[in-house]
Design a protein around this ligand. Structure first.
Ligand code: ADP
Ligand code: ZN
Length: 192
């Protein structure tokens, strides 16, 4: 992406289904910023401490150190003034304040990179990610591979019975599927 001013901050969003490589791409960008000797801080929501409390961990076991926050506004409290790059994973688990927090950080001149699910297990837009897409300077949509047919996958198929939007600690309860193979009713059927 072309950068027009080194003084100005901006927002990048990395979004797609589970297993699409969002965390890998986030970690790759943050590592490159560290190699460039930028001051980097990385945050994730408290709900996502499944694999590590102190790291973002990808499904391919790439990892990078992170800080856990209770809410989006806590990022504004914790972030150091001289931090140049702010990474945020699992954006969909934050409240709507993440939108104003991301804007504020970018207005302060920081590069903000947010990764998160674009859709929930029923294929519905997963707030606040759609709102972040609207305000971002740059968007990357990542695709997984459909485990049924091998096509590019954009949906997260839930394999267990639950009507909760968030089922924590159950990454083996999901798989990536394409539009043709995705079945939003499966999560109800397996209950019966
Ligand atoms: P996300 O953050 O989007 O859930 P990760 O970055 O954590 O994704 O993991 C991506 C990695 O997951 C891939 O590089 C690959 O090793 C692994 N993987 C497992 N299942 C799939 C799948 N169905 N499609 C693509 N990658 C998969
Ligand atoms: Zn498929």
């Amino acid at each position: 992406m072309e950068r027009h001013s080194s003084d100005s901050g901006w927002i990048e969003v990395i979004t797609g289904s589970m297993f699409s490589g969002k965390s890998e791409e986030l970690i790759r960008r943050l590592r490159r910023a560290q190699i460039a000797r930028r001051k980097v801080q990385i945050f994730k929501p408290v709900i996502d401490v499944r694999y590590s409390e102190e790291h973002i961990v990808s499904h391919s076991e790439m990892k990078i150190q992170s800080e856990t926050v209770q809410s989006a506004t806590e990022i504004l409290v914790i972030v150091d003034m001289d931090t140049e790059v702010v990474g945020i994973d699992e954006g969909q688990f934050f409240d709507g304040d993440l939108v104003s927090v991301a804007n504020k950080l970018a207005d302060l001149g920081k590069r903000v990179i947010i990764a998160g699910l674009d859709m929930d297990y029923l294929g519905r837009p997963f707030d606040p990610m759609p709102l972040l897409l609207a305000i971002a300077e740059d968007i990357t949509k990542t695709h997984a591979i459909c485990v049924r047919c091998g096509s590019p996958a954009t949906y997260t198929q839930r394999l267990i019975a639950s009507r909760e939007r968030v089922v924590v600690g159950a990454s083996d309860a999901y798989e990536a599927r394409c539009r043709a193979c995705f079945d939003p009713h499966l999560s109800e059927l397996v209950e019966e």
